[in-house]
Design a protein around this ligand. Structure first.
Ligand SMILES: [Fe+2]
Length: 235
């Protein structure tokens, strides 16, 4: 190999080594280091499409501020532990697996992220639709009737003290209505297929202190087809 050819080979090798080092450096310093990044899910409908039951401003603030903040804060927490392999659902169902230094952040913001993702995905004006098919059969079997289920769900939502949620979940023993505080999920008890957010930010602009009216009107915007899909997927 002559002198110039040898120099070209050395230059090429140096170039590739430099590129390699650059990739290692980027890999060590960028957000790609984290295993999981959460994105604000698409809403799938316009802010005003649930009116008059929930006003556009409430949906916009709830989605772009509250849900978005939970998403951002969840990503900040996860970025501290790129070694996490479990899904968010697995962690929320088994909090002892969450690294201690981010446990509270994940329970609050991961719960907020998860709960709101489900809530917003289930909203659609239903024009009086109620459950049908296998979901209705299961509701009748486990609650007696749709009206009995509704009474129990409304009661759980109404009596939740302070901020929280009411849920319809699938457990080993069938369908059950439960409530949770703050951004706690019911994932330790079962798989949720319906929820209502009873934090004041979900209804205050429209209903002020009238939580009972919001809960009652909520039955006009439950997308029962979607609830049935979740039921079929989870049963
Ligand atoms: Fe909320």
């Amino acid at each position: 190999m002559n002198f110039f050819k040898k120099n070209r080979v050395i230059s090429a090798l140096s170039f590739f080594i430099l590129i390699g080092l650059l990739f290692v450096f980027i890999g060590c310093t960028s957000d790609e280091d984290t295993n999981q990044q959460f994105e604000l899910p698409e809403l799938g409908y316009s802010y005003d499409s649930l009116e008059p039951y929930i006003d556009a401003e409430t949906i916009e603030i709830h989605y772009t501020k509250h849900h978005n903040n939970y998403t951002n804060n969840l990503n900040i927490a996860f970025a501290k532990h790129p070694e996490i392999d479990e899904t968010l659902e697995q962690l929320l169902a088994n909090p002892s697996k969450i690294p201690a230094d981010i446990r509270t952040a994940v329970l609050n913001n991961g719960g907020g992220y998860y709960n709101h993702a489900l809530y917003f995905s289930l909203l659609k004006i239903n024009n009086g639709q109620t459950p049908s098919g296998d979901l209705l059969l299961a509701i009748n079997q486990d609650f007696g009737s749709f009206d009995d289920f509704k009474e129990e769900f409304v009661n759980a939502a109404s009596t939740q003290f302070g901020s929280g949620w009411a849920w319809l979940i699938i457990t080993k023993n069938g369908l059950k209505v439960v409530s949770t505080s703050n951004q706690d999920t019911p994932l330790q008890q079962g798989i949720p297929i319906l929820c209502i957010d009873v934090w004041e930010h979900a209804y205050y602009l429209n209903y002020q202190n009238r939580r009972a009216d919001y809960i009652s009107e909520f039955f006009n915007i439950i997308n029962w087809d979607k609830v049935a899909e979740l039921y079929e997927a989870a049963k």
